[in-house]
Each structure stands twice: as C-alpha cells, then as structure tokens.
Design a protein around this ligand. Structure first.
Ligand code: THU
Length: 138
C-alpha cells in the first residue's frame, strides 16, 4: 500500500475511533464508529445511537452518511468502520445498501478493531448484484 493510501486510512481510523467514543449503546454495549471520506477530502463521522425501542436505533454508518448529506456531499470515496471484540465489524445489511446509494462498486470499505485495520473489501464484494439508483433511471 502507498504511503498516501496508508495515511488516508489512518485519518479515517482516527476519526472513526473518536466517533466510537461518543456511541450511545446502553442496550447492546457494542460501541461502533464510522468515518467516510468524500472526493473533496472532507471526512464525516458517526456513531451508533440506540433506543429503548430497539429497532429505532441507528448504526454508525448511518450517522456518517447523514453528516455527509447535510454538508451537501453525495459521494463516498472510502469508509472505515470500527468495533470492539474479536469479530469483524462489517456494515449490517441495511448499511451496505445505504453506502451503495452514494458509492460505486469499487468503493473501499475498511473494517477495523481497536488495534487497527483488519480487512478491506470493495462494496461489490460486500453487496454483490446490488440494486441502486441506476435501476430507477428510465
Ligand atoms: N452497528 C453499527 O453501528 N454498525 C455496524 O456496522 C454493525 C452494528 C451497531 C448497531 C447496534 O447499535 C450495535 O452495533 C449492535 O448491533
């Protein structure tokens, strides 16, 4: 990996790690942070925010995407998700589709743990044969 790719990931890692500290997850006790970079170079982060009515909770990726949209940006260049524990904190099914809306099949999704980067996948690998905005074009 090139030095600039490494430092881009490291900036995403730092932002996601900082966001993870703000997670509100009293029910699952599983704190997640996400950070994405857009073509402008801006980084937007989010954390999971749970709710006593469990299904109303929001994932970290959802928060990061909302922050991006609020800033008027519409494209995800790469995104990093961090969670604790042994398992890979890959985006849930719903978040894969939310990422899909603003990404391309080649968009990289980095999965990290507290110690650093664990795996990098493309969106096409995480969500093959996906349905997206192009399907609705007539
Ligand atoms: N969660 C995320 O925020 N992102 C993921 O990629 C996986 C799961 C959250 C949802 C819920 O608040 C907690 O982690 C446990 O599922």
């Amino acid at each position: 990996m090139s030095k600039s790719a490494e430092s881009a990931i490291s900036a995403l890692f730092d932002a996601a790690r900082a966001a993870q500290r703000h997670a509100y997850a009293p029910y699952s006790r599983f704190n997640v942070g996400a950070a994405l970079r857009t073509p402008s170079g801006a980084i937007f982060a989010g954390c999971n925010v749970e709710n006593a009515a469990y299904p109303e909770g929001a994932c970290a990726e959802t928060g990061a995407i909302s922050a991006m949209a609020l800033a008027g940006e519409r494209h995800i260049e790469e995104i990093l998700v961090i969670g604790d524990g042994e398992g890979l904190c890959t985006p849930c099914g719903g978040c894969r589709q939310r990422i899909r809306e603003f990404a391309s099949p080649q968009t990289l999704i980095h999965v990290a743990g507290p110690e650093g980067l664990r795996m990098t996948l493309s969106l096409a690998e995480l969500l093959p044969y996906s349905f997206g905005p192009d399907h609705l074009k007539r």
